[in-house]
Design a protein around this ligand. Sequence first.
Ligand SMILES: Cc1cc2nc3c(=O)[nH]c(=O)nc-3n(C[C@H](O)[C@H](O)[C@H](O)COP(=O)(O)OP(=O)(O)OC[C@H]3O[C@@H](n4cnc5c(N)ncnc54)[C@H](O)[C@@H]3O)c2cc1C
Length: 393
Amino acid sequence: MTKKALVIGGGIAGPVTAMALQRAGIDSEVFEAYERGSEGVGAFLTLAVNGLEALRVLDLHDLVCDLGMDSSLMRMSNGRGKPLGTLTQPSRTLKRADLYQVLRDEAVRRGARVHYGRRLVDASIADGRVRADFADGTSAEGDLLIGADGLRSRTRTIIDPGAPRAQHVGLLNTGGFARGVTVPGETGTSYFIFGKRCFFGYLIHPDGEVWWFANPPSPKEPTQEELAAITPARWRAELLELFKDDAGPMADIIRATDHIIPGWNTYDFPTVPRWFNERMVIVGDAAHATSPSAGQGASMAIEDAVVLATCLRDVPGVHDAFAAYERLRRGRVERVVKQGRRNGSGKAPGALGAFVRDLGMPMVMRQIAKRDLMAWIHDYRISWDAPVAAPVR
Ligand SMILES: Cc1cc2nc3c(=O)[nH]c(=O)nc-3n(C[C@H](O)[C@H](O)[C@H](O)COP(=O)(O)OP(=O)(O)OC[C@H]3O[C@@H](n4cnc5c(N)ncnc54)[C@H](O)[C@@H]3O)c2cc1C
């Protein structure tokens, strides 16, 4: 019997889940909290090769590769300009808003129903069906509910009211798009600079625009109100101050940016104990947010969506299908979250930590490249045709 899924969240995992379910013969509707017009703001992200390959399973790879830019080479250096290492790994960097848009548009083109302005407030199970209630007073019913509702997932707390909160990783995020500035480097490369007081990354788009981000350290987690109170002018001044003793083009890039994206906190989720109940399950950041330092959050969300669809296709019974999905995904995603923490810890290490990092990192980077130590992340592939076995009871 064809099942009907209610997918909560129209970010990355939501539309990809809808398209994967469709391929598995399962009908779905997507409910996104925000109105369509409120997209278009925000930064950029990098899709690693494993995420790109997961998109390929659904024939979405080419769509994404029309956006943004290639970013397959990474060059690391410190605030004195000393090279710390290079890594090569196929990847694509694109604006978050463009990725959201293209995924949603393609889901709709393939027949998915995407509703906007529908914020999930509650969900309940009765007679083997699930009912979702939205803030606008409307509701929807289906056979299962998939929470692709991100870091602050409401679905997660419906499944487990005691679910842990995301943890602040001690870094803020800000960035922007600079025009009319000439910086060292070439397109296709991400430049990462471990400044004395702040981490900085930039890429040069083929059209000359410089895409950048910075991670000012902040051991204490600022509230949303505290962050909102920081004006763009203050961000600019604080960033210029943070980079004033560093070699590199940071100050030029910051000055050439008309609109500095207001800063936000960085979180991760080392573990979320419960991913599902009888009829509801979480995917993407809702289940396992990783710090942006892993460069894997979007890729993990895409992988989840594809794997979950294969489980629902092959494993009889919704609950057992969810269990199979968790069995296939939990180990991998929690390992990625740990890796993200490790990557992030080198961004604000203190004087001694910076000394050790600068000493050890070139060798570590050489070992990573030589022994392909990140292959477990990047070489992961999902076979759509391989049947998923039911969990052993
Ligand atoms: C600064 C930054 C840089 C990053 N860089 C990278 C990177 O380089 N590489 C990478 O792979 N990942 C990166 N990530 C992570 C990546 O953006 C996320 O992991 C990814 O967006 C997760 O997708 P998702 O669909 O699970 O959640 P989201 O993209 O957050 O989507 C969740 C959606 O659910 C909606 N929603 C929330 N609550 C409700 C509700 N109650 N009802 C209905 N809808 C709701 C939201 O409005 C949103 O549209 C970065 C993240 C940040 C913040």
